[in-house]
Design a protein around this ligand. Structure first.
Ligand code: AFP
Length: 329
């Protein structure tokens, strides 16, 4: 079904070859047009005057960075100009933003994931996902987004690092494209990303140890002090899920953000709709596994736009290992 494609091809011909619907291709182009503007501003850093915080908090109670606000505004405005967009959800918007009542798609995004990295020139990214619009609920209702992750038509992220990368799946392989600044477009640089089955590299914020459940603590006691399998393990933590997941997609490993005892984190920290679901689809389409409380993340039925979930994803071996230790205990 998905024919092999050669490297260095431009994005649009690859999407056409993959049989992606023309409206969806145009929608992806819209998101990428916004991403190129964000990539440019990020590369300008302090020169563009976008470092630092605003005086506002977002719906999650987090102080908004100037670049968060700018990225949200850019993506939102461009999406609202696209007639195929029926409704939008964003980390930076409390409610659903109404689009065109006859649009075929709904879009959710995290405009700038890892915003604490902005001021230190670290990895940050934009995460997005597209679902089919529902005909059985009002076009601007939050229920538009009450769909499990398996319904995603397309999911991706743009990683603003030393080079800007687009990682995308439209239901087929997870492919990686690199932004070519000489012609301003994305070129295919990995036709199929593959998560190795095993790896002993893990990504977790160990400083949260004291807040974890006893079983999670016991699992990490064993990983750190007893496990033969993890004897040569190492920890990598970006504080930007998009950067950690990119590493896992590139060379394997496990990424975890379990629930913990802190107020607001009782069901996890990461957001199901615009963080966990798109990244879980990309991981699965690259042969990895993505779970939440021991079950497949993509099957969770969302109840709320900004719902938080525990996240455990990456190489199949360590993900299974963690889930059987913690959920069969
Ligand atoms: P921000 O976008 O608000 O910086 O949050 C990033 C994030 O949601 C995710 O990308 C990281 O994995 C996680 O938070 C980091 O959380 P800690 O600061 O608790 O380690």
């Amino acid at each position: 079904m998905y024919k092999p494609v050669s490297r260095m091809r431009r994005l649009i011909p690859v999407l056409k070859q993959d049989g992606v619907d023309t409206d969806l291709i145009m929608l992806v182009r819209t998101i990428l047009a916004a991403s190129k503007e964000i990539a440019f501003r990020v590369s300008q850093g302090e020169l563009a005057g976008i470092l630092g915080s605003t005086l506002n908090e977002n719906i999650q109670g987090e102080v908004q960075k100037k670049l968060d606000v700018l990225a949200n505004q850019l993506i939102k405005e461009m999406l609202l100009d696209d007639e195929s967009v029926r409704a939008i959800a964003s980390e930076e918007e409390e409610h659903v933003v109404a689009g065109h009542s006859t649009g075929r798609y709904i879009v959710a995004f995290d405009p700038l994931d890892g915003s604490s990295n902005i001021d230190v020139n670290g990895q940050i990214g934009t995460i997005f996902t597209v679902y089919p619009a529902r005909e059985d609920v009002a076009y601007d209702s939050c229920q538009q987004f009450h769909q499990p992750g398996i319904n995603q038509l397309c999911a991706g992220y743009i990683l603003y690092g030393p080079s800007s990368l687009l990682v995308l799946s439209t239901g087929g392989p997870t492919r990686c494209y690199t932004l070519d600044l000489t012609h301003g477009g994305y070129l295919l640089t990995k036709a199929q990303m593959n998560v190795p089955r095993d790896s002993c590299e893990f990504a977790i914020n160990m400083a949260n140890y004291r807040h974890w459940s006893r079983v999670t603590q016991a699992y990490f006691d064993q990983v750190l002090y007893a496990s033969e399998r993890f004897r040569h393990s190492s920890v990598r933590w970006n504080a930007a899920m998009v950067g950690d997941v990119h590493r896992v997609l590139s060379r394997g490993g496990i990424f975890l953000y379990p629930e913990d005892a802190r107020l607001g984190n009782e069901t996890g920290k990461l957001r199901l709709l615009y963080e966990a679901n798109p990244l879980s689809l990309l991981i699965e389409k690259a042969g990895g596994k993505a779970t939440s409380s021991g079950r497949r993340t993509l099957e969770i039925m969302p109840k709320d736009l900004h719902q938080r979930v525990p996240v455990v994803l990456g190489s199949v071996g360590p993900v299974d290992d963690f889930n059987s230790a913690v959920f069969s205990a």
